[in-house]
Design a protein around this ligand. Structure first.
Ligand SMILES: [Cu+2]
Length: 125
C-alpha cells in the first residue's frame, strides 16, 4: 500500500521539470499512510468506525474516505473526523454492514499540496 502510494508520488515528481521541485518535495514530504481500521484484509464484525491514519496532518476538508461493497455499491457513511486529530480520516457506516467484502478508498491532500489516493479491503463476518 505504502509502496504503491510512493510510486504514484514519484511519478508525479518525475513529471515535473526542475530538480528544484524534487528538492522542495523532499524537504516538505507528503503524508504517508501509517495504518487503517479495520486492519487491511482482516475479517471483523461490522465496524462502527473506519479510519485511515497518516503520519502527519492532512487537509481534512479536501480529503475523503469512502466505503463500497465488492460490487462497487457505495455504502452511506457519516464523516467522523476529529478536529483534534488532523492526521486521521474517520467515517461511520450509517447502518450495520452485512457480511461480505468491502473496500475503503481514501483520497487525501497533504499539507504540501500533493494529492494521493489508495484503498484497503476488509471482510465483515
Ligand atoms: Cu508530497
Amino acid at each position: 500500500m505504502m509502496i504503491k502510494t510512493l510510486t504514484r508520488h514519484a511519478t508525479t515528481v518525475v513529471g515535473g521539470t526542475a530538480l528544484l521541485l524534487l528538492a522542495a518535495t523532499q524537504a516538505n514530504a507528503h503524508a504517508k499512510l501509517l495504518g487503517v481500521v479495520p486492519a487491511a484484509n482482516s475479517a471483523v464484525a461490522s465496524p462502527k468506525m473506519i479510519q485511515a491514519h497518516f503520519n502527519e496532518a492532512i487537509e481534512v476538508k479536501l480529503s475523503s474516505l469512502k466505503l463500497s461493497m465488492s460490487d462497487g455499491m457505495a455504502i452511506p457513511v457519516m464523516s467522523m473526523n476529529d478536529s483534534k486529530d488532523p492526521s486521521t480520516l474517520s467515517i461511520m457506516p450509517n447502518t450495520t454492514l452485512k457480511p461480505g467484502s468491502y473496500t475503503a478508498t481514501w483520497s487525501i491532500v497533504s499539507n504540501d499540496g500533493h494529492k494521493e489516493t489508495g484503498s484497503f479491503k476488509f471482510t465483515v463476518k
